[in-house]
Every structure is written in structure tokens, then in C-alpha cells.
Design a protein around this ligand. Sequence first.
Ligand SMILES: *[C@@H]1O[C@H](CO)[C@@H](O)[C@H](O)[C@H]1NC(C)=O
Ligand SMILES: *[C@@H]1O[C@H](CO)[C@@H](O)[C@H](O)[C@H]1NC(C)=O
Ligand SMILES: *[C@@H]1O[C@H](CO)[C@@H](O)[C@H](O)[C@H]1NC(C)=O
Length: 396
Amino acid sequence: MKADFLFSLFLCILGQLSEAQYHYQSLMNYLESRMLAMEERIALWHEQNDRYNSDLKKFKQQASELLEKIGKEHGKLRLDLEGAGVRVDRVEREMDYIETKNPPKPCVRAADKMVEQEAVVTEKKKEEFFELSVCLDIVSNIRAMKILKRVGSTKGVWTKDSRTAKVYVFNGTSEDTVYEFNSVKELSASPGVSKGKQITLPSAWNGTGHAVYDSFLYYISERSELQVVKFDLKNGSMADSAVLPVEAQTPVYSLNPETLVDLIVDEDGLWALYPAGDTINLAKMDSDTLDIEQMWDTSCPRNGAEAAFIVCGTVYVVYNTRPPSRSRVQCVFDVNDMITGGEAPLLYFPRRFGAHSSLKYNPVERQVYAWDDGYQILYRLALKKKLWAIAPPPEE
Ligand SMILES: *[C@@H]1O[C@H](CO)[C@@H](O)[C@H](O)[C@H]1NC(C)=O
Ligand SMILES: *[C@@H]1O[C@H](CO)[C@@H](O)[C@H](O)[C@H]1NC(C)=O
Ligand SMILES: *[C@@H]1O[C@H](CO)[C@@H](O)[C@H](O)[C@H]1NC(C)=O
């Protein structure tokens, strides 16, 4: 009985032991498979690591080669730069020399105000205007018109000195007097020209091709010869004169036969438009000495032309018909060759009944002082950048 019990107890323990052994075995199997998997992954990492290492070595090799090459090019660049530096120095010296010969011309900034810029440009502002600049404006539109007054004669000139802001009136096409006003307001308030200061010139002016700039009056006088006279308005004396080499008795604009030569002042100084055969020629003049510096054939026909103005080195010739219809800019000439025919705008002036005898552009105000059948009219111009016609500005 006791032995039976012990035997059955032994069997029971044996059973439990084999069960434990089974568990142990399966655990071992599991661990082994996990370790195998880990070993495989380690082998893979090793392989990848080797590959990365060789890639890295290759990259380092390439980088050092590149660095060496860059180093060499840097040396060459330095040599080139030193050469360029020498050249820049030389150009600067030449520029200094040229500047002492021709002081930079005013680059005028416009204020967008219709009638009046009463304030005379202050010294500080003047400084600002003096920069060697390439003026790049092109007329895109005639933005507004204002009729100011009716002085009298069907033909004449009114213009404003963009430096002193004084206004000058030439009534008619042949006289020896000019009227000076301190402002456009003073002129509009004056009965006739009675409130103006009367200035008597040493010789009579002819036509409508006169210009005023920085207290100097440049006018055309035809006696035995066609002359440009420079008159000092500050002390009332003749400063200089020069004979113009142009065909006498041929008008520059066929619709204004009294005007043989048209003198124009803009951002770049003094210009003259004069007849040459059937077309209009342009000359750049030195406003100090009245020397002619350069000449161009604009190819703009004289026939049908009534007036012209210049903005930033571009001539705009205005045409009309007889009897007068609508004035329009129909020929444009750019001394810098930056505007080609296709980009030149066809500009129409507002519809009026008369015809222009003169159009004087004021670069400070961006307005044209026009004389139309006895009326004094202001046209405000809209400008845009010349370059943008060729290469549009980058989009914002
Ligand atoms: C301008 O000239 C015209 C004709 O020559 C004359 O009738 C008119 O009175 C003049 N105007 C002034 C204000 O002198
Ligand atoms: C220029 O003006 C003067 C003075 O008024 C005059 O005698 C002369 O005939 C004019 N010249 C021309 C070509 O009109
Ligand atoms: C007028 O002024 C200029 C320069 O300011 C001078 O050269 C000239 O001699 C003066 N003329 C007269 C007549 O005073």
C-alpha cells in the first residue's frame, strides 16, 4: 500500500518534470530563432556599414580633388581681380578727368503736382539731383490737361525755368521783349502780361524755339544769319552767341513756318532740332559754350510736324494737319537707341480746336507748357521706364 502510493507519486513527479522540460525546450527554440534573426541583421548591418565606408572614402576623395581645383581657380581669380582693379582705377581716373571737364548734368526728380511748384529747389535738393545718371523714362501717356489763360497772339511760347521756377512768356513770333513771372499763379492772376517784369533783349527773337534754364535764356535770332543767343537773365546781359550751320528760311516744323530752329532743355542739357532736307535733325549743344557736340538724323519728317519735345534723350515729334485736327506724337527718336519703332507709343493729345505753336517740357514737373491758338495749356505726362519695355521687371 505504501509502495503503491510512492510509485504513483513518483509517476506524478516524472510527468510534471517532463512537462517542465518541454517548456524549457520550446523556450530554447524560440530564443535560438530570435538569435538567428538578430545575427542575420547584424550581418546585414556589417555589409551596409562596409558599403557606407567605401562610399564615404570615395566622397572624401572627390571632395579633396574639388577643393584642390577650387584653390587653383581662386588663385587665378585673384590674379584676374587684381587686373580688373587696375583697370577700374584707370577708368575712375578717366571719369574724374571727364567730370572735371563736364560737371554732371542734373538728374531731375519729378514731383507730381499740376500747376505749381512754388518752392525754388533748395541747395540740398539740388545736390540730390546731381548724379551721373542714365535717364530711362519714356512717355507712356498724356495724363491730364489744364487750360490756364489766354494771353493774346495765336502763336507764342510760355515756359518755366526748372531751376528758378520763374515763368517766361514770348507773345507772338517776333519781338524783342520777354515777360517774367515769379510763378504760374502770378501769370494766371495777371491781366494780360501786365503783372510781369518786362525784359528787353539785345536783339529780336524769331519763331517759337526758345528755352530758359538756370537763369539763362537761349533764343533764336534771325538777322543776317541764324543765331543762338545766350542771355543772362540775372544781370540782363548777353552771355554768348553762336551762328548755327543750318539752311536759312527752312522751318523745322512745316506747320509753324516761323520756327527755323527749336531749342530744348531737358534732364541732359541743351538740344537743338533743325531742318535737314525733308527730315528733322537733332544736335546736342554745350549750354555753357554753345558748341555743337553731336548730331543725329532723327528720320522724322518735317512735313506735318507742329512741335516737338525731349524727355530723357528721346525726341517726340508732334504732328497735326491743316486745318488742325488732333495733335499726336507720331515719330520718336531715341539718341540711346533703346526705343525701337514698335515700342514707341502713338500718343494723342486731348481734342482741341487750335494747333500748338510750342511745347516746352519741364523735367522737374513732368509737364508740357503748351501754347495753343493763344491759350496757355499744361499737359501732365505719365512716364514709365524705358528698360521695362525691353526686359519687364521681375514679378513680385
Ligand atoms: C500779344 O500779341 C498780340 C498780337 O501781336 C496782341 O494783340 C496782344 O495784345 C499781345 N498780348 C499782350 C498781353 O501783350
Ligand atoms: C525776325 O524778327 C525781326 C524783328 O522783329 C524781323 O525784322 C525779321 O523779319 C524776323 N525774321 C524773320 C525771318 O521772320
Ligand atoms: C553778368 O554776370 C556774369 C556772371 O555772373 C558776368 O560774367 C558778366 O560780366 C555780367 N555782366 C554784366 C554786364 O554785368
